[in-house]
Design a protein around this ligand. Sequence first.
Ligand code: NAI
Length: 324
Amino acid sequence: MKVAVTGAAGQIGYSLLFRLASGSLLGPDRPIELRLLEIEPALKALEGVVMELDDCAFPGLAGVEIGSDPEKIFDGVNLALLVGARPRGPGMERGDLLEANGAIFTAQGKALNSVAADDIRIGVTGNPANTNALIAMSNAPDIPQERFSALTRLDHNRAISQLARKTGAPVTDVKHMTIWGNHSATQYPDVFHAEVGGRNAAEVVDDQSWIENDFIPTVAKRGAAIIEARGSSSAASAASATIDAARDWLLGSATDDWVSMAVVSDGSYDVPEGLISSFPVTTSAGDWTIVQGLDIDDFSRVRIDASTAELAEERDAVRELGLI
Ligand code: NAI
């Protein structure tokens, strides 16, 4: 399998590449070839990372290619993990950020459209992830829309971990967690459909104030808390979630559980069609299906609507910029 990673010389890349090469994605017996994309000034640093990959002598790493031309790096790839993005610099307005990332994801969408393998799957980690995925998807008309996703698995994993800690249960006992909406502070981590040890999580917790005032903001603002504590944004956990999401997508989610993935909306749960929004999904052999039939009460409705309204605003902004 040929796996492309963009932004490969960045922080997330430094964790992600070694996990991919050691077999965390498909298991140690299925070799992968890495195709690493960076901007020209970062290629030297990337060469150093490749030297370290060499030095690990990973048996499952069938080859590494690096470069700054997406048409060359994406040629024949089966999985593209789009991690590289333009961070918000000093004095940069939101519109500037969308425009800078728009240029990156327009070019990468077009390149994937023309050279990726027929079975390509694309996962976007680089922020603003949902809208970057929308831009790439809109610029790749020959790739089926359901092959694009944006990462909300880190939020999902954070939510599982917080709930496990609150209830004293192991993380493996927490099932059916859902992140709805945007990978941003408006996201809605939903415990009302989650279970702890087979029981409804909200009932087990039995503490509405904790759900509202502690759990939801802690999960939604965890990225900022990590920046505050570490001095830079979450990287190892983001890499780990990027792999969790890709592995479940390609190999299938557990039969007694679902995962959160931002995928193109078909209008389910009244999320406007065409937005890339996070849903509960089950996955199997490279396909995903939105879990249907969950009851959405008023508490959840307001929060899902707020986050999808933000996604619609981002979509309108990039539409105005002519990016989609
Ligand atoms: P970083 O700044 O350390 O690395 C980003 C890398 O992308 C840099 O090496 C840069 O040269 C490269 N890059 C920029 N433009 C590129 C282009 N056109 N083609 C290829 N490479 C390009 O950032 P870090 O910490 O690795 O994070 C990467 C992205 O992931 C950021 O946008 C960050 O906000 C996002 N992120 C997303 C999370 C999620 O849950 N969805 C969680 C944490 C981070």
